[in-house]
Design a protein around this ligand. Structure first.
Ligand SMILES: [Zn+2]
Ligand SMILES: [Zn+2]
Length: 162
């Protein structure tokens, strides 16, 4: 990534106009639970609001990698939701745990896990009716949140869409 692109993302991330960041007492971070269309993919799984990036202690290289990945992830979702003809491609990318975007996301998560604990949001195929963990295939635990719920594998730190 060029210096210029990096500066742009940094500005976007820290000057982003966000109406409200998460203020939960017990924040639980999750990566890309919803479409961000921003360099910040970190949300609170409980209230679904974005986490203020300034509140996370994140080394610059990880911040950069996270921002790049978030833009790619958003672009894939944008194509599926807004551009005609990409729906099935987007579904394949998001629902396949071994797709490039999920592999990159999981790899990134492995690195940032040392800085702050974060779940990886897996957008499972709602028609497959399978809530087992896509990584270890274990039975997942249903967890209730403020507005929704998720299925979680504590071994793999992954959260599945309900
Ligand atoms: Zn919250
Ligand atoms: Zn698992």
């Amino acid at each position: 990534m060029s210096e210029q692109a990096y500066k742009y993302l940094e500005k976007q991330l820290f000057n982003e106009k966000v109406s409200s960041y998460c203020s939960c007492k017990n924040q639980q971070y999750v990566l890309s639970m919803m479409v961000s269309y921003s360099p910040n993919p970190v949300r609170c799984i409980n209230c679904q609001d974005l986490i203020n990036p300034a509140s996370i202690n994140m080394p610059t290289d990880l911040f950069q990698a996270l921002a790049e990945w978030s833009i790619s992830h958003s672009a894939i979702q944008w194509l599926g939701f807004q551009a005609e003809g990409y729906e099935s491609w987007t579904d394949t990318e998001l629902h396949n745990i071994n797709s490039s975007i999920n592999k990159e996301g999981l790899d990134l998560r492995k690195h940032i896990k040392h800085e702050f604990p974060v779940l990886y949001w897996y957008s499972r195929d709602p028609e497959a009716n399978n809530t087992n963990c896509p990584i270890c295939n274990s039975h997942t635990q249903e967890v209730k949140h403020m507005y929704s719920r998720s299925f979680q594998c504590n071994k793999c730190d992954i959260a599945l869409a309900p």
